[in-house]
Design a protein around this ligand. Structure first.
Ligand code: NAI
Length: 357
């Protein structure tokens, strides 16, 4: 019998061709659906043991619809799998798997945002676009003179540390769990308060949990150095946006680079050119000359998209052939040190807006 996989949320502009290529290579027949899985389109999975999804929520009720159609394996083209009710899936006899991509894309992007922030690149580009070639107000700083505090030394944080080590800047690290690799590289772990007090640039690489929601708030900002620069490619909810705006307005914060913001949901990954938006904080942030914003893009590289398409299908093949599957999620497996609570998972989903994260 031919192996068959139903793919949901298949994006025509970057994923479809890759699915067709890898489907052919792996001998898998594909049903490609552009929409998120729901009770109405679940019938597309009839005859497929495996479905391939993105970050749309898979609660118990929806899982049981898929189980009734014979689905026994769900792979998500993301690192996080908190959007799938793991317990319900296991009770229904459904195996779940993810498709992690490498940390380099997000790490590259972080280094770029750090450099753009310290060199005032937003202002430079704006001026060049209107043939204003003046120099006043756009003098930058050199990374070698700045202490960078890296919060979160998992896959991405460690890669950022490795990348930054070539710039000669002093580095400080903070994590709930210390990494031998980081320590051996000579980067000291310090307390969060020490990061606030000593870092000229702070970069965030932790998952959003109940414990670290708004970890950068008014109090934390008040402990920071004058002119501190903050880069966030992790999750918007790690920063209290109101406090960030106040810090920028009073000049305490010298520059900001944000790939993620609070309340991204419904905004990011859609074209809102002609719309009046209801996110005042984002509008304020976009207006500041020293704030660079992008729309949750750090992951989005050719390598990442190809990796998740290929590996999600390979996982399906291994499953259908009864082979050892490196992407299978074991029950109670948690990808970060502390585990992500339901509340935090809800927030992450709200912020992710149904695309890779
Ligand atoms: P990871 O799981 O490898 O590392 C996370 C690290 O954070 C772990 O070392 C963990 O011990 C630490 N940690 C967890 N809670 C903490 C806390 N309260 N305080 C201090 N440390 C804590 O994750 P990875 O792959 O490095 O990703 C980091 C984050 O980057 C993700 O959770 C996600 O939010 C974000 N991300 C953003 C993307 C984007 O496109 N902007 C793409 C991929 C990930």
């Amino acid at each position: 019998m031919k192996m068959r996989v139903t793919v949901y949320n298949c994006r025509a502009f970057d994923e479809k061709e890759l699915f067709e290529k890898y489907g052919k290579e792996l001998g898998i027949e594909l049903v490609l659906c552009p929409d998120a899985p729901d009770k109405e389109n679940a019938a597309l999975a009839k005859g497929s043991e495996c479905i391939d999804i993105l970050t749309s929520r898979m609660p118990k009720e929806l899982l049981s619809v898929f189980a009734d159609y014979g689905v026994r394996y769900i792979t998500t083209r993301t690192i996080g799998y908190d959007h799938i009710d793991q317990k319900a899936a296991s009770a229904l006899g459904i195996t779940i798997a993810n498709a992690p991509y490498g940390p380099c894309g997000v790490a590259d992007y972080t280094v770029m945002l750090i450099l753009m922030t310290i060199r005032k690149m937003k202002r430079i580009i704006e001026r060049t676009n209107i043939q204003d070639y003046s120099l006043s107000g756009i003098q930058g700083r050199e990374l070698k003179d700045l202490t960078v505090g890296v919060i979160g030394t998992g896959r991405i944080g460690r890669t950022v540390i490795k990348d930054l080590s070539g710039f000669g800047c002093p580095l400080l690290a903070y994590d709930l769990y210390e990494s031998q690799e980081v320590k051996q590289s000579g980067v000291p772990y310090v307390s969060l308060d020490e990061i606030w007090q000593k870092a000229d640039v702070i970069t965030l690489h932790v998952p959003l949990t109940d414990g670290n929601y708004h970890m950068i708030d008014e109090k934390a900002i008040s402990r920071m150095k004058d002119g501190v620069m903050i880069v966030n490619t992790a999750r918007g909810g790690l920063i209290d946006t109101g406090a960030l705006i106040s810090g920028i307005e009073c000049g305490k914060i010298g520059g900001v680079g944000l790939d993620v913001v609070e309340n991204e949901f419904g905004l990011y990954y859609y074209d809102h050119k002609s719309d009046i938006l209801n996110n005042r904080e984002l509008a304020l942030l976009r207006g500041f000359p020293n704030v660079t914003i992008s729309h949750h893009m750090a992951f989005y590289t050719d390598d990442c998209v190809e990796t998740v398409v290929r590996d999600s299908l390979m996982g399906c093949k291994y499953f259908m052939e009864g082979m050892e599957n490196p992407w299978e999620i074991k029950e109670n497996q948690s990808k970060d040190g502390g585990g992500i609570s339901d509340k935090a998972c809800d927030r992450q989903e709200e912020e992710s807006c149904g695309i890779l994260k």
